[in-house]
Design a protein around this ligand. Sequence first.
Ligand code: SAM
Length: 384
Amino acid sequence: MRIDVLTIFPDYLAPLGLSLAGKARDKGLIDVRVHDLRAWTTDRHRTVDDTPYGGGAGMVMKPEPWGAAFDELLADGDATVVFTTPSGRPFTQAVARELATKERLVFACGRYEGIDQRVLDEVATRAEVREISLGDYVLNGGEVAALAITEAVVRLVPGFMGNAESLVEESHEDGLLEYPVFTKPATWRDREVPPVLLSGDHGAIAAWRRDQAVRRTAERRPDLAHASVLLEDVEIRPAEPADAGELYVLQLACWVAEQHDNPGVRIPALHETYDDLRSWLARDTVLVARSAGRLVGAVRASLDDEEWEIGRLMVAPDLAGRGLGRTLLERIEALAPGGATSYTLFTGAGSLRNQRIYKKAGYRLRPGEPIPGAVRMTKRIGPR
Ligand code: SAM
């Protein structure tokens, strides 16, 4: 990824040469070029600002140096241009993920009262323009925002972080804040590490972490908890025969994406008839989730020997990633009869996102290929 930064304070960007970003630079994963905007001025004083039309306090950045800088930088090829501004859209992990897919970013760091609007409008005619705010406060200049955005984006560039798992586990990746973390020693100044973390019971650890993440999010960021835990306006209840029609449609919609991830695999959910669905609906334990009357999710389970076999976990594609699948999974796990000793589920061998979600919920891959193109994942049921 190539990153260009336009600023009147190039020295401000020096930290990009440090730490992991510096290493990524050395490895050639990112190519960072910092430019002094004043290089594109033409007067003796290298002027970049002027008084605002319409009056008011402060100065505004003149369009000419910016125009000349973009003429030169955009001649090198396509780029996404990021104008850092407190009136932009908020910077989030989702935006970072999106920017990490771009081949080239150009940051424009404002100063004074900002940049003449015509610069943004004109650049938008020849490049993708994003106006991004670091948060609801005002900085003196856009350099800190460009640094922060670069750091968040660059660590998502493939090959940058040694351990991709640690990216999945982080705050905001699943819409929740991260759970508290601990390291050795187990006792420090009379403070103990929570015993569950020393238990070796992966299912219990995953459940504890999830619970802590939900509590933390609800306490500190109720705005996120609402979207991610998503329980306030979703009703989860046992399925009824009258749910069959909508369930059939939702199932087809949900498994089309699975087929894309697992080409060539015959996915039962895409091939069964309406009557097949009605018969398992009558036979298995099935939960459905409804939001404002709409069927938005479902899951089923049945006891096979001592295994509580969970399947058909589905969430309407437009609501994916908000924690509803996780909630349905927890609800159906809680319905396992007393004789069950483990939970089992199957997912596509190519469905890596599903596998990551199940791993996070405490499931582990079981060796072997029980059904062609599928993997089996299990989790031991702890004491109840
Ligand atoms: N008058 C502007 C306003 O009220 O929107 C604030 C200008 S600010 C003093 C100067 C520059 O700092 C902006 O042009 C922008 O590049 C940068 N900046 C300030 N706060 C920012 C924030 N929250 N996010 C991103 N950039 C910011």
